[in-house]
Design a protein. Structure first.
Lengths: 475, 188
């Protein structure tokens, strides 16, 4: 294939998209930076380093600085104090694998094609790491890849690819076998978060030690938050005395993990309250290593030129609406924790932003921070303007889409959320949902079919038609 | 067991277990709707364990009773597994809310169901020994300890424990999903 010919008919979709992306990227850089030539694209420069940290099943409210009554998250507290907390962040597909693909590509699932946890990485679209690499960044993917398929995909552009395939890529909390640049190696540290943070620190030091250090972009993906919950020895049992019963919804009881099909999701053993405590302990273990990473950035003198982002792949419901779930289109599943520490971009550290941000916004946002313009095929929008100015108006609506994932009992659905309403259509088994999030933030009263709902429905259907471009519902 | 030899009275030992399962199901789920928090938790503490006992431990009771009644092995197996099968069928039917029937049927092979059946088999081994002991005390001339029930007890117990111990149950779940993908792909 002729790499330079956009109209070569032998070019596949992915190559075409990548080539267009590169063209757009180079054009944007050359047009926005006067005098910048082709050579400058690969030279060391003063663009910021970027560290993107991903948690697993991290409920957006489960952080100490958000007012949670007993979890300890000093690392995330610190990040929020020095950055911005985006309080209305959502995933577009509330499930691990599709959400991760959306984060990497900046696209809705119907665009990149990874629709549930049974679908392997399609490779239809380049990742933002590939764009970063093409523009001269040293890039690394470290941690949980979590997309099925025959081993890990090949990403030749990565300078370091550390992940695991153990248990379908879920890995293990202790002594997880790692795959480093395609080679299986034993874990160097017993606990998984220590292990991946050590690789991250090694990567940063290695990049800095080069004769012409490039800026780096590091994608760091954690396991904590995923069952079966296991914390390191010194954290295990940390919340044994915490009053989980008072915090969790009243409908929850000791047996909740064995009822309502929750046993099938790994919540059968012990009391439900202890399952929740175990969840918090793994998050605290992750937080401790995030704190260690932040310390290391300070020690290396990188703090003022490194953007650090923390986000979750999806939320988690702990008994709300009688669900133990990450997939239901309620706020607890769809909402994500998102904290951005970006020196130079944020005038008022420690503040919050209420505009809606999405998982698909991560790629275009990080590309903009790296001076790379957004490829045309990305659905997301950069939220850099929102970070810089809290008065900037955000998006008015986004698409929520989900394809059934065996054996979790949530039907396929498609819907739209605005800053006030949420409308969801299900493939089977349920009537549509319409919630007024302003008057009913806990989504207790479905107004679909009611007079109030009838008035809102046309505008929600119009949003849905606009966002669901190919109108291929549930396929 | 031929159709002509089927006599409902032989399966009377199943009835108390089935009734207990139905009552505790209603008690547990009905209790969770109570506004009064104390009553809700009381219902959960009472009916949750009873529900578990009926579904998971019922096979041992039924197998013992039917053994004492002199039913053959096929009848004892059918009677003992009836309530677990009803419970599994309820779970499969629930899944049809989201999945076509072909995929929902695969849910019968869920590791949790597999574990439940193995646990029932373990109880059948124990029940055989208990029934023999009772019959011997009543004057029957028989050996209580023989190899078959001991093998059944040891094999099923080892399977139950090892399936959970092997990655806290996660590994067997991974295999289950791998077979699902062979059959149904992504299932969309």
């Amino acid at each position: 294939m002729n790499q330079n010919n956009l109209f070569d008919t032998s070019m596949n979709r992915r190559d075409a998209l990548k080539t267009m992306g590169k063209a757009a990227m180079a054009g944007a850089m050359l047009s926005t930076v006067p005098g910048m030539g082709e050579a400058a694209l690969s030279n060391s420069d003063d663009r910021p380093n970027i560290i993107y940290i991903l948690g697993d099943n991290h409920n957006a409210d489960t952080m100490e600085f958000c007012g949670h009554p007993f979890i300890k998250t000093p690392g995330l507290n610190r990040l929020a104090k020095e950055g911005v907390h985006m309080v209305n962040t959502f995933n577009t597909t509330s499930l691990c694998t599709p959400s991760r693909a959306s984060i990497l590509t900046g696209a809705y699932c119907h665009t990149h094609g990874v629709k549930n946890n049974h679908m392997p990485w399609t490779g239809n679209m380049p990742t933002f790491l590939e764009h970063m690499s093409d523009s001269g960044y040293a890039t690394a993917f470290i941690g949980k890849w979590h997309m099925p398929g025959d081993g890990l995909p090949k990403f030749d552009y990565l300078d370091l690819f550390v992940s695991y395939t153990y248990r379908e890529g879920q890995g293990a909390y202790f002594n997880c076998p790692m795959v480093v640049n395609g080679k299986e190696v034993a874990s160097r540290k017993p606990y998984i978060t220590e292990e991946v943070i050590d690789y991250a620190i090694d990567f940063m030091k290695d990049t800095l030690s080069q004769s012409k250090p490039k800026p780096f972009c590091l994608y760091l993906s954690h396991r904590p938050g995923h069952p079966p919950y296991q914390a390191p020895k010194d954290i295990d049992g940390m919340y044994d005395d915490a009053d989980a019963k008072s915090y969790l919804p009243k409908n929850v009881d000791f047996w909740f993990g064995r009822s309502r099909q929750n046993a099938y999701q790994g919540y059968m053993m012990g009391s439900y309250y202890n399952q929740y405590r175990g969840y918090l302990e793994t998050l605290t273990a992750m937080d401790r290593d995030i704190d260690r990473l932040l310390d290391e950035l300070d020690n290396l003198g990188l703090r003022d030129n490194t953007i650090v982002v923390y986000m979750g792949d999806n939320g988690q419901m702990w008994g709300q609406h009688n669900c133990q779930s990450i997939k239901e289109p309620y706020e607890e599943s769809a909402k994500l924790p998102l904290i951005v520490r970006a020196p130079g971009y944020i005038d008022e550290p420690g503040t919050r932003r209420g505009q809606m941000a999405l998982n698909i916004d991560i790629a275009p946002t990080l590309l903009e921070m790296a001076g790379i313009s957004k490829p045309a095929n990305m659905d997301g929008e950069s939220f850099v303007p929102i970070l810089q100015n809290k008065a900037v108006r955000g998006r008015d609506a986004f698409l929520m889409e989900f394809w059934r994932y065996f054996p979790e009992n949530t039907p396929s659905y498609v819907g739209v959320r605005t800053d006030r309403y949420k409308y969801i259509e299900f493939e089977r088994g349920r009537d549509p949902w319409l919630f007024d999030l302003m008057n009913d933030p806990k989504e207790m009263n479905n107004i679909y079919g009611m007079a109030e709902g009838q008035g809102v429905l046309p505008q929600m259907l119009a949003h849905l038609a606009r966002l669901n471009k190919n109108n291929a519902k549930f396929k | 067991m031929s159709l002509r030899s089927f006599k409902p009275r032989r399966f009377y030992p199943v009835l108390p277990v089935l009734i207990l399962a139905i009552v505790s199901h209603i008690g547990y789920y009905g209790g969770s709707r109570l506004e009064n928090d104390s009553l809700h938790h009381l219902a959960a503490i009472l009916f949750g364990p009873l529900y578990f006992v009926a579904v998971a431990l019922g096979p041992g009771y039924v197998f013992t009773r039917m053994s004492l009644n002199g039913e053959n092995l096929a009848q004892r197996l059918a009677g003992s597994l009836f309530v677990p099968f009803v419970w599994m069928t309820k779970e499969v039917l629930l899944l049809t809310q989201s999945f076509p029937i072909s995929q929902a049927l695969y849910f019968y092979f869920s590791p949790i169901h597999f574990w439940l059946i193995l646990f029932a088999v373990f109880q059948m081994g124990i029940a055989t020994l208990i029934a023999r002991l009772i019959l011997k005390m009543k004057g029957d001339d028989l050996r209580i300890i023989t190899r078959p029930p001991l093998f059944v007890i040891a094999g099923s117990l080892a399977s139950v424990i090892s399936l959970y111990a092997w990655g806290k149950g996660e590994n067997i779940y991974v295999i289950y999903l791998a077979f699902y993908r062979v059959l149904f792909g992504s299932g969309i």
